[in-house]
Design a protein around this ligand. Structure first.
Ligand SMILES: NC(=O)c1ccc[n+]([C@@H]2O[C@H](COP(=O)([O-])OP(=O)(O)OC[C@H]3O[C@@H](n4cnc5c(N)ncnc54)[C@H](OP(=O)(O)O)[C@@H]3O)[C@@H](O)[C@H]2O)c1
Length: 324
């Protein structure tokens, strides 16, 4: 294997073009070697615009390319599992977009396709690599806020296109799938626990039939309660607030972060209040570097794929509650 991981990109998705491909191109141990699209013309135009050497008119050709070491999968949610499994069958490690699949059962089958072959697989929750998230987790683990009692979070924005994949039920769209999955993930990350019960209310679109907004509650075994809202029709926000027996931490923004933005964590600890300056970072680059380094050093990526199964289990609980 070459010293730099040669990435292949599955589709001409916006998130690849705008964020992940430039991030890989800036990474110390990766390069983008090829892109595949269902349309060769689209793949060629996309490759030309981003300086990608090879373009394929089918996903199969990319998976079969022996000069690709790893694949980034930013397909619509319903396509994550089928195509990731095709990659595993072709012997390719995959960094797959969130949420990993349509539900926990499908996620389990997908993860099994990789673990049974000893191939690396990870969910692309980039915010976990940001130094702010790392710092927040460290503070919580050090007991800076005491015992966690409540976490609140939101991730909302105003969707621009009515034909967006996020509003398509058949492609496993929905606000919880698209942005609420981050709120669920940060609550599980900070508590280090899995929710055993959930409540939710949702507004389903009349024509889209997906949850266009959803408010959820997660109950954790320690007694911590997480509550959040997510949606496509509300002004943009992404934050996380955590309150324990002895303190409080606020991180905003927390999920979407410009690479040149240096965030500030706000920490109330007993009677003291402090702000903690965090350096700017491109969390997509950090995530891609971790995945590539894991391959080069023959170690697992920082976050195990089983975490993605557990995140989907929590999402399944929330949808069951919202539909009840
Ligand atoms: N981590 C993040 O920050 C972040 C941000 C945004 C999105 N995401 C995730 O990334 C994924 C893609 O989101 P996006 O907004 O970038 O999507 P998008 O721009 O709509 O791109 C999806 C791509 O999938 C391919 N595709 C294959 N089957 C399709 C179908 N039936 N309908 C539509 N497209 C199909 C298309 O590429 P070809 O035509 O070239 O084959 C299309 O360009 C989602 O899972 C989303 O949750 C992550």
């Amino acid at each position: 294997m070459s010293r730099k991981i040669r990435w292949g990109i599955l589709s001409t998705a916006n998130i690849g073009r705008e964020r992940v491909i430039p991030a890989i191109q800036q990474s110390r141990n990766g390069e983008v070697a090829a892109v595949a699209s269902r349309s060769l013309d689209r793949a060629r135009a996309f490759a030309a615009g981003l300086g990608i050497p090879r373009a394929y008119g089918s996903y199969e050709e990319l998976i079969a390319d022996p000069e690709i070491d790893a694949i980034y999968n930013p397909l619509p949610n319903s396509e994550h599992a089928p195509w990731s499994i095709r990659c595993a069958e072709g012997g390719k490690p995959v960094l797959c977009e969130k949420p990993l699949a349509s539900d926990a059962d499908e996620t389990r089958r997908m993860v099994e396709a990789f673990t049974s072959r000893g191939l690396s697989f990870a969910e692309a929750f980039m915010y976990r690599f940001h130094p702010q998230t790392v710092q927040m987790k460290r503070l919580v683990d050090e007991g800076a806020v005491g015992q966690i009692k409540a976490i609140s979070s939101a991730f909302t924005f105003s969707i621009r296109r009515e034909d967006d994949i996020r509003l398509n039920d058949a492609l496993a769209g929905g606000a919880l799938m698209d942005v609420g999955c981050y709120c669920v993930n940060v609550m599980r990350l900070l508590t280090g626990e899995e929710p055993h019960r959930a409540g939710a209310v949702a507004q389903f679109g009349a024509s889209s039939r997906v949850d266009e907004s959803l408010a959820g509650v997660l109950f954790f075994p320690s007694g911590a309660v997480g509550h959040f809202d997510c949606g496509f029709r509300t002004f943009r926000a992404n934050f996380c607030e955590l309150r324990g027996t002895d303190g409080r931490i606020v991180a905003e923004p927390v999920f979407n972060m410009e690479p040149d933005y240096a965030p500030t964590l706000r920490l109330w600890r007993g009677e003291t209040y402090e702000t903690i300056s965090v350096p700017a970072a491109n969390h997509y680059t950090l995530m891609a570097e971790d995945f590539a380094e894991a391959l080069l050093e023959n170690r697992p990526p920082r976050y195990a794929p089983a975490d993605g199964i557990r995140n989907m289990q929590a999402i399944d609980l929330l949808y069951a509650a919202a539909r009840a």
